[in-house]
Write a protein that binds this ligand. Structure first.
Ligand code: PEP
Ligand code: MN
Length: 344
């Protein structure tokens, strides 16, 4: 059984530390049974100490020539913690398609894949409007078992077809570990709000190298969201993108309540990219534009927006889906905001 891995500490090193002194420090810490993780960022080199640090003499380490500062880390997450990794993570989804660290991406497409015609038509429309990635649900988590459940494996095939035709990388949701083989050529695997704490699924995704878009659970705290991301990163997959998609509150006028403050707050807590889904956050098409603009202004690294060629006939989430023309208008507004967005 794995032992609870004690407290964590970080040691910030001075620039160009003396190699001999550094080796001595590392051997001494290792002799106390600690694991050491180095993170060499642009601003500093940081040593993360994991294990039972209770008996480590903080003052002694602080007094060393090569050490700038030493801090104990209270948070239960490590891999996702900005304290251990001060630089923004940039997730490269496909050659030239990056998100995070100043790279902004808009993911757009229908709630669900419905037909070849629909999926290909919307893909070319959102590409034309400037989306960098294409979304569409093949496996749909629906509240009612009688509602459209998605085209499943056939839906993935159609998305791959749209990817081939449009050249846009694709994002689609996985609901079960057993379906993962179908996702081999999918560029970003989405974990939906309802699966944010499906820990076995998160562990499995941790073994892949493929980017994962992790959506915030309906009633999850930011700490819980980060702990779920930690599950994926702890398995070795560093390509995690977080998505704020609204949370459930007492308010029923909107489908969910968009927690805009989570964007700048998450970005102080973690180095991972944070995107916002104003479609599921509001459930109302005309609220998507103002919330997309607000999320961009608040410093989001990207957006996920539902677009349908005929929202009135959509099999899922028509009320929050934009037409291609409305989506083009949102893209223009977002592009105007981007240069003045909050950067922390
Ligand atoms: C979706 O993006 O299609 C979706 C189901 O969203 P969420 O998991 O945020 O409800
Ligand atoms: Mn939807």
């Amino acid at each position: 059984m794995q032992k609870e891995r004690g407290n964590k500490m970080i040691v910030v090193l001075k620039d160009n530390p003396d190699e001999k002194q550094l080796n001595n420090l590392v051997s001494w810490l290792k002799s106390m049974g600690l694991d050491i993780h180095f993170s060499k960022g642009q601003s500093a080199t940081i040593m993360g100490l994991i294990g039972d640090t209770a008996s480590v003499d903080i003052d002694l380490i602080n007094s060393l020539d090569i050490v700038e500062t030493v801090k104990r880390v209270q948070e239960p997450y490590k891999n996702v913690n900005r304290k251990f990794h001060p630089d923004d993570t940039v997730v490269e989804i496909a050659p030239g398609v990056k998100i995070g660290g100043g790279n902004f991406q808009v993911i757009a497409g229908p709630c669900s894949v419905e037909s070849e015609e629909q999926v290909c038509e919307v893909a070319s429309a959102v590409k034309e409007a400037g989306a960098g990635l294409y979304r569409g649900g093949a496996f749909k988590p629906r509240t009612s078992p009688y509602a459209f459940q998605g085209m499943r494996d056939e839906g993935i095939k159609l998305l791959l077809e749209a990817k081939k035709k449009s050249g846009l990388p694709i994002v689609t949701e996985v609901m079960d570990i057993s379906h993962l083989p179908l996702f081999e050529n999918v560029d970003v695997i989405q974990v939906g709000a309802r699966n944010m704490q499906n820990f076995e699924l998160l562990k499995e995704l941790g073994h892949l190298k493929k980017p994962v878009l992790l959506k915030r659970g309906l009633s999850s705290t930011l700490k819980e969201l980060l702990m779920s991301a930690e599950y994926i990163m702890a398995g070795g997959n560093e390509n995690v993108i977080l998505c704020e998609r609204g949370i459930r509150t007492f308010e029923t006028a909107t489908r969910n309540t968009l927690d805009l403050a989570s964007i700048p707050l998450l970005k102080t807590m973690t180095h991972l990219p944070v995107i916002v889904d104003p479609s599921h956050a509001t459930g109302i098409a005309h609220l998507v534009k103002p919330m997309a603009m607000a999320a961009t202004a608040a410093g989001a690294d990207g957006l996920m927006i539902e677009v349908h060629n005929n929202p009135a006939c959509a099999l899922c989430d028509g009320a929050q889906s934009l037409t291609p023309a409305d989506f083009t208008d949102v893209m223009e507004a977002v592009n105007l905001i981007r240069p003045v967005a909050y950067k922390g």
